[in-house]
Design a protein around this ligand. Structure first.
Ligand SMILES: [Zn+2]
Length: 401
């Protein structure tokens, strides 16, 4: 039996010695204390007792919960969903199932009808499923850290709710990297630290079985540090688990790529470009509508960027409105698009009957102030005008059905 004392422990991800105790579960039988790496943010429990003396099943809300192992079964379907397409592209895939437990993943894999070669590693003999008697499956009843597997032998390593139990997830991930073929896949699923934010939490989350407690960020960093390049982002709505797919990267790829984060930024910019074009087009309709209302004491409140866009992209004829007011801009600019910028306090003498709140953030405030100045004034907001334009084509399409 080995353990690491708190004094000598280093962060498993970054190697820093700046581990700070932040929480002690009140009924930990292993005497675990939860530490935070001040350098990389990985949350980890110490000491790292890596041989559990007892494997008793405990259904408990305390830190001693463990060895029930039914949760893994629920995760297999999600894994297969994300892996099916990629596995179908590989001829006779060699798959390493780490912590195979009762065989939920192997069962789910069978539904794909693949001609796969499966190696199952599971240290607990009592939970081994039917797969252990299946001659086509190589079952190794040992801890993954003690198993010596050939290099570059697997197309996929599946690791579900295993990393958090290990003495060194980094060492095991580096070994997964070694046993994977170039470009091979790693599917990882671990409990999510985000669960701590659950408002109704009553059960001890830092259980004795778990030495590492990953967030999206720290799991991502650990995968990069061990030579993997994530190819999918975890589901942001899942606050209980983090499941993601990574590929064995070359050293260069692993060093420069935070692929899913980069891709998410690219998607965001692409959507923005599309929306910007569509919204600027919609401004033309908004401008026509406002011009039609212009005879009726129309005042634009807000002479800033939204007003500029209304004129520049919508072609709004600013000379048609009764006035342009702004609380702050008169101190900086006298006019915008040929119209004097006045202070809102002038609203009553301007004959204002309708105010357009050209502000995204302060529309509510403008409405309140406008009604204080001119009690029966009508106020419409920029957001409302734009939403109307967005809804119009939809309503037309539905009406035409
Ligand atoms: Zn660290």
């Amino acid at each position: 039996m080995s353990s690491t004392t708190e004094a000598s422990a280093l962060c498993d991800c970054c190697g820093s010695d700046r581990l700070e105790a932040i929480y002690r579960p009140e009924d930990s039988e292993r005497g675990l204390t939860v530490h935070l790496c001040r350098h990389c943010g990985l949350v980890q429990s110490l000491p790292r007792v890596d041989r559990v003396p007892r494997r008793e099943t405990r259904v408990s809300s305390g830190a001693d919960w463990g060895n029930v192992r039914y949760g893994k079964g629920f995760r297999a379907a999600a894994a297969i969903d994300r892996l099916a397409r990629r596995l179908a592209d590989i001829a006779r895939p060699a798959i390493l199932d780490v912590g195979a437990s009762r065989g939920a993943f192997i069962e789910a894999l069978r539904t794909l009808g693949l001609d796969a070669r499966v190696t199952a590693v599971e240290p607990d003999m009592r939970v081994l499923g039917d797969y252990a008697r299946d001659e086509t499956i190589e079952t190794i009843c040992e801890r993954i850290e003690d198993v010596d597997l050939p290099s570059e032998a697997f197309d996929l390593v599946h690791s579900c709710h295993t990393l958090e139990h290990l003495r060194s997830p980094a060492a095991t991930l580096r070994d997964h990297w070694r046993v994977l073929k170039p470009g091979g896949l790693l599917y990882v699923d671990v409990p999510n630290l985000a669960f701590l934010a659950s408002p109704n939490v009553v059960e001890e989350w830092f259980i004795d079985k778990h030495l590492y407690h990953f967030s999206n960020d720290t799991l991502g960093a650990l995968l990069r540090a061990t030579g993997f390049r994530a190819v999918s982002l975890p589901d942001p709505r899942d606050t209980e688990n983090i499941a993601l797919l990574a590929v064995k990267a070359t050293k260069e790829e692993a060093a420069d790529a935070n692929d899913p984060v980069a891709r998410s930024a690219l998607r965001l910019v692409a959507r923005y470009k599309e929306r910007l074009g569509a919204n600027r087009e919609a401004l033309k309709t908004v401008a026509h509508r406002l011009e039609a209302m212009a005879g009726d004491g129309l005042v634009i409140w807000g002479a800033g960027r939204l007003f500029d866009a209304l004129v520049r992209y919508g072609g709004f004829d600013a000379s048609r409105c009764a006035a342009l007011v702004d609380r702050h801009l008169p101190a900086y600019v006298g006019e915008r698009h040929g119209v004097a910028v006045l202070h809102p306090r002038d609203l009553p003498r301007l004959g204002a009957r309708t105010v357009v709140a050209m502000s995204r953030t302060f529309a509510g405030e403008i409405e309140r102030e406008a009604k204080e100045l001119v009690p029966d004034i009508k106020v419409v907001s920029f957001a409302w005008l734009m939403a109307e334009q967005a809804a119009a084509p939809l309503a037309a399409a539905q009406g035409g059905r």
